[in-house]
Design a protein around this ligand. Structure first.
Ligand code: GRF
Length: 199
């Protein structure tokens, strides 16, 4: 990236929860010469994603809110690992401007609904699916988008849809959404990064 075509694009994954998307992304790029998952970052000491990082022997970093927002947003650590691109995969904190400015159009997020509907502050996890079902939507899906300074707001890169059936509940809808996420998130990341790497 940015003229550095001799080495792989180094990716940091930011996640706050179980990390099933992170695991899928790690699996897909495990033997990829062009894309390396270099660092896992979490704000939650209990997050499953930190065990995934340990199992996979990928360095991880537990961040503190204060330093993330009031100081350097961990830029030195990102620089030290030569991170080129950031993937949010269930990361619940707002990304600070300092990071957005340092990584313009190089931070992506996945949201478990069809944005611009059902996004924004407080819309995460099961709450999203509950809202979709309560509104009697006939379909939901996933949105992969660039990250800007507003929650779930940056330009949409990709969406995929699924039906919301008559007897759907938040758990069954979450399962459908996770399948879509695991299928498409790695593909979209590969498309974005390989295009940039070759340009
Ligand atoms: C996913 O549904 C993602 O869309 C949302 O948080 C969830 C993370 O799931 N932003 P996991 O931790 O990757 O299993």
């Amino acid at each position: 990236m940015s003229g550095q075509k001799n080495r792989a694009v180094n990716v940091a994954i930011f996640a706050s929860g179980a990390g099933s998307n992170a695991q899928k992304i790690i699996d897909v790029f495990r033997n990829d010469d062009l894309i390396k998952i270099k660092l896992i970052i979490s704000n939650n000491a209990e997050a499953g994603v930190l065990s995934i990082a340990a199992n996979e022997k990928i360095p991880s970093l537990l961040i503190k809110k204060k330093r993330f927002y009031e100081e350097d947003a961990y830029l030195p650590e990102l620089k030290e690992q030569q991170i080129d691109f950031i993937v949010l995969a269930g990361f619940l904190l707002k990304v600070p401007s300092i990071l957005i400015n340092r990584y313009p159009n190089k931070i992506v997020n996945i949201h478990p609904a069809l944005l611009p509907k059902y996004g924004g502050k407080g819309m995460y996890g099961s709450k999203v699916h509950e809202a979709v079902i309560a509104a009697k939507e006939k379909e939901s899906g996933i949105s992969i988008h660039y990250v800007d300074e507003i929650y779930d707001h940056g330009n949409i890169i990709f969406q995929a849809r699924c039906t919301v059936d008559e007897n759907e509940n938040p758990a069954t809808l979450a399962q459908k959404i996770h399948l879509l996420e695991h299928k498409h998130y790695p593909e979209v990341i590969a498309r974005l990064l390989k295009a940039t790497n070759n340009s």
